[in-house]
Write a protein that binds this ligand. Structure first.
Ligand code: ADP
Length: 163
């Protein structure tokens, strides 16, 4: 058993992300969900909002931390002595990006292992960007995100009356 990190944008967290967190949490002594805050990226939710939306769902899991980070993932891992980066894979379309990331991270820090966890089929099409699109058009979010995220999204995209 060792320490692992699960990095991502989580803009916002979806049922797919939460499923991965709940499945990998028992496998490690300590798991940190690392919420990326890259300067060059535009997020719908602020860092504090993204962290809070995660915490409200899984904040009570023992040994689970939720931390922001705006640097290299390998540096975060080194600071906390994490040995494993966990990433989720939904479909072949995710593969090239995840493979490149894993290899870059290995080049930067050879002792850090990337573990890929396959999504459950019911979440294979669930992506934060898709969810935002559904929210923008007032679609049903209940099978895509937890209730707190559905509320937060509808606050971001209030539907105009008469539609
Ligand atoms: P990033 O910007 O780093 O890709 P995301 O928040 O989009 O951040 O995703 C974080 C991680 O979670 C990635 O490894 C991504 O492939 C994975 N992931 C995203 N959605 C799902 C899902 N529905 N099922 C499983 N893994 C997922």
């Amino acid at each position: 058993m060792s320490k692992a990190i699960y990095p991502g944008s989580f803009d916002p967290i979806t049922l797919g992300h939460l499923d991965i967190i709940r499945r990998i949490h028992p496998l490690f002594q300590e798991l940190t969900v690392v919420v990326a805050n890259a300067q060059r990226k535009q997020y719908l939710f602020s860092l504090d909002e993204r962290v809070a939306l995660i915490r409200e769902n899984v904040g009570d899991l023992p040994g689970l931390r939720i931390e922001p980070w705006d640097g290299l993932i390998v540096d975060f891992a080194s600071r906390g002595n994490a040995r494993v980066i966990v990433r989720g894979l939904r479909a072949i379309s995710d593969f090239e990006y995840e493979f490149a990331m894993a290899n870059i991270n290995r080049r930067l820090k050879g002792s850090l292992e990337t573990m890929i966890v396959f999504t459950k089929p019911e979440y294979s099409f669930v992506a934060s960007n898709m969810v935002k699109e559904v929210a923008l058009h007032g679609g049903d979010l209940s099978s895509l995100v937890p209730p707190n995220v559905a509320v937060a999204l509808s606050n971001k995209f209030p539907r105009s009356t008469g539609r």
